[in-house]
Design a protein around this ligand. Sequence first.
Ligand code: GUN
Length: 297
Amino acid sequence: MATIIDGRVVSASIRESLSREVQTLVSQGLRPPHLVAILVGNDGGSQTYVGAKEKACHEVGFLGTVIRYPDTVTEEELLEKVNEINHNDQIDGLIVQLPLPKHINENRVTLAIAPEKDVDGFHDVNMGRLTKGADGIKPATPYGITLMLKHYGIPTEGKHVVVIGRSNIVGRPMSILLSNPGETGNATVTVCHSRTPNLSWFTQHADIIVAALGKPGFLTGDMVKEGCVVIDVGTTRVDDPTKKAGWRLCGDVDFASVEPKASAITPVPGGVGPMTIAGLLVNTLKARKASIEAHTA
Ligand code: GUN
């Protein structure tokens, strides 16, 4: 029987300690952290995620604002708004929910965000700092996963970690974080992807697997060894007529066949999802503290 790694519990404990830190700031007469999210269009998933981020901000006492645009917004309009927020010292963190409509260059928008307000950790400056093991803002989802491993006392040092997927948002930064020196690093990391032959050979030799490829039920029991730790980052909506919404969230892991072999595993939903938000909130408080320091120096 595997330990079910409960992201909701870990996230709640992190949010409690963030609430206390906000109370301390406010008791010193300082403004709480302020996160702004830009949401373009009406993609159902993006609306749900941004709504959850806004709600989490308010729960811990942050200011949280969502700026909505129709999917006809131009890249110039978006860049202008990003620039305005960059110069607004009442705002500490800015995220632009991805994906953006095809006529907008996501990279250009991401790079327009001031690195010190980039609480998603997507900017080249923050990715560069991550790669060098320097202090910066860490990508929210991979960072959240390390917080979860730490909470459950799952060591990474000397372990063989297989990351499936090489996206800029999860797979690539996850592989860097886990191989960097540090408490939740020092692992030997293999990055597998769509061009990896015999992918199951790698997963069968992994102590920890992070599945982040976006293919529902991809990782099956025959692909893992006894006692492995499995982190499922997948969040694909699949049709399910038995659900009120007509769909359910499906991870990249076939839970039914992997769980009996694993020593610990994250469920979907309720695993990594809440940790992305926890990572984002921790980053926003960090940005707020840096801004306070910059203004009092
Ligand atoms: N789209 C999917 N995941 C994320 C995320 O963590 N941040 C943003 N901004 N967009 C996303």
